[in-house]
Design a protein around this ligand. Structure first.
Ligand code: 2AM
Ligand code: CA
Ligand code: CA
Ligand code: CA
Length: 281
């Protein structure tokens, strides 16, 4: 098995640098524009941070491939091959960033032969650093992470996110899923505006389960390694194996809670990451 620890060290350094750029940009006036819909926001900092991360990594690893949210939006093909591939979300929680709502992260994942090997997520507001390497555990600021061992869904806290689709039919399904989970019953459902940080909360045991439709491979790649290394489960919303490009996920501390969540969900259909980068596909 190849040792990718040097890649983890490099990713941590870059995530910290990227986080500094985000931190100083939060205080400045932001240039905000929208992509596929009026609620699908992007700022010049999203572009700047992605460029910083990819150019620094490319210099270190010229043969590696890169998938990044803003490059994909600009038309670079989102393709996961067997080659070592970095999967980057330069700012996760752009809408939060625009409002200075303190849930914003930089996410850097790395896959080889389509297997996720490592993940680094940096919480730009409180400076928390989540890291994991396959087979070597997950850590938060160097302290080992452990998922919740709760098996009873009636004692679970559930996290989700709202996708870019806001048409009435989609919102009905979204609210229907939430209603079913609230009345399962569970302790509650939370939406924090950052998929990667929500997933980190599953890894740390602060919540029992997470589900989402419409997210992208860059929302899940780093976090999936962190959750698995913290002892948790990451899967498709049907309960089958995770497909990074499928734009849907369930994550949970225990298989029992994951199965309960899976049973409640009605699907929301989005186009795949590798065939159609448009949120509204
Ligand atoms: P972003 O900030 O990197 O765009 C809340 O909006 C969370 O969902 C954020 O983590 C956001 O990532 C992510 N997200 C972005 N587009 C989405 C979509 N179409 N469906 C679901 N989640 C999305
Ligand atoms: Ca975005
Ligand atoms: Ca994201
Ligand atoms: Ca983003």
């Amino acid at each position: 098995m190849e040792d990718w620890s040097h890649c983890l060290d490099v990713a941590v350094q870059i995530a910290l640098r990227a986080g500094q750029v985000v931190q100083s940009a939060v205080k400045q006036e932001k240039q905000v524009s929208s992509k596929s819909t009026p609620t699908d926001l992007v700022t010049e900092t999203d572009h700047q941070v992605e460029e910083l991360i990819i150019s620094t990594l490319r210099e270190k690893y010229p043969t590696h491939r890169f998938i990044g949210e803003e490059s994909s939006a600009a038309g670079v093909k989102c393709e996961l091959t067997d080659d070592p591939t970095w999967i980057i979300d330069p700012i996760d929680g752009t809408c939060n960033f625009v409002h200075s709502f303190p849930m914003v992260a930089v996410s850097i994942g790395f896959a080889v032969r389509k297997e996720l090997e490592l993940g680094v997520i940096y919480h730009c507001f409180d400076g928390t650093l989540y890291t994991a390497r396959k087979g070597h555990g997950a850590f938060c600021n160097g302290v080992r992470l452990q998922v919740s061992k709760e098996k009873d869904v009636s004692k679970a806290l559930i996290l989700t996110e709202i996708g870019a689709k806001r048409d009435p039919a989609t919102l009905d399904i979204f609210l229907g899923n939430m209603k079913k989970l609230l009345s399962a019953p569970t302790h509650g459902v939370r939406i924090i505006g950052s998929s990667t940080l929500a997933l980190c909360h599953i890894a740390s045991g602060a919540a029992e389960a997470y589900y989402q439709y419409g997210l992208h491979c860059w929302d899940i790649a780093a976090a999936a390694v962190i959750i698995r290394e913290a002892g948790g489960h990451v899967m498709d919303t049907t309960g089958g194996p995770l497909d990074l490009m499928s734009r849907r996920v369930v994550a949970a501390g225990t298989r029992e809670i994951a199965d309960c969540v899976v049973k409640q969900l009605q699907p929301i259909n989005y186009g795949r990451d590798d065939t159609d980068p448009d949120d509204l596909a």
